[in-house]
Ligand binder design. Structure first.
Ligand code: SAH
Ligand code: DHB
Ligand code: MG
Length: 221
């Protein structure tokens, strides 16, 4: 079993289940042309997030880590009329590509891209009385996952859904002694989840065109 096979199955699933989408294709092209890292969710993962947000009936969504707004577009398209999405991005260049992609997707009026460090923007959101968010997608740097999850809880309410990307890391998450800050970030998140009594969570391992990784899915209650 190799990434070539997983990628072929992703292509098959895309052809079978995911309608051709010139706007999403254009977002990927513009992001690649601008030299952004190509680490966005896959199409099947993007649609998965879109479906989860719709299943939740999410009218307010918070995203950490915009990149070129590929996942943002999938999520924002799941919003009902009047719904809003706020997405946080550290890199001004990523944010500017994202804004252009959102404009092309005709989502600029529903989505606000905030530029800065998530750890600085999140307390500001709370202070300004933003939220509660029905759905949070955590996909920025992985070192601060535990802190991000804490803020996601602060900005959530009973019934909110929180999804965290990249929490398996080719199985590296098993290594207690890992010197990889990303791995330690995931392990600290799991330590925190074990302690929190107001959230139910699980992790689903994934394979596909992005390799071997996983999502954590959490429900606030
Ligand atoms: N969600 C995107 C991919 C995000 S990649 C998608 O699937 O389409 C991770 C992004 O997080 C990068 O654009 C990176 O610049 C941003 N990032 C990294 N550290 C950050 C921080 N401290 N605060 C906010 N964004 C950060
Ligand atoms: C990386 C970040 C991501 O959010 C992702 O889905 C894949 C890779 C990275 O930083 O390498
Ligand atoms: Mg990711």
């Amino acid at each position: 079993m190799t990434i070539e096979l997983w990628t072929s199955v992703d292509r098959y699933v895309e052809a079978a289940l995911i309608e051709p989408d010139p706007v999403l294709d254009a977002a990927l092209e513009a992001s690649a042309a601008a030299g952004l890292p190509q680490i966005q969710v896959s199409a099947s993962q993007g649609k998965f997030l879109h479906l989860l947000a719709r299943i939740r009936g999410a009218a307010s969504i918070l995203e950490l880590g915009t990149l070129g707004a590929y996942s943002t577009i999938w999520l924002a398209r799941g919003l009902p009329p009047g719904g809003r999405l706020i997405t946080l991005e550290l890199d001004p260049k990523h944010a500017s590509v994202a804004k252009e992609n959102l404009r092309r997707a005709e989502l600029a009026d529903k989505v606000e891209v905030q530029v800065g460090k998530a750890l600085e923007l999140l307390p500001e959101l709370k202070q300004k009385g933003q939220g509660p968010f029905d759905f949070v997608f955590i996909d920025a740097d992985k070192q601060n996952l535990a802190e991000y999850f804490g803020w996601a809880m602060e900005l959530s309410t009973k019934g909110s859904v929180i999804v965290v990307d990249n929490v398996v890391r080719k199985g590296a998450v098993l290594d207690e002694q890992s010197t990889d800050a990303n791995v330690q970030g995931v392990r600290r998140l799991n330590d925190k989840l074990k302690q929190l009594t107001t959230v139910r969570a699980t992790t689903i391992q994934t394979v596909g065109s992005k390799g071997y990784d996983g999502f954590t899915l959490a429900l606030v209650d």
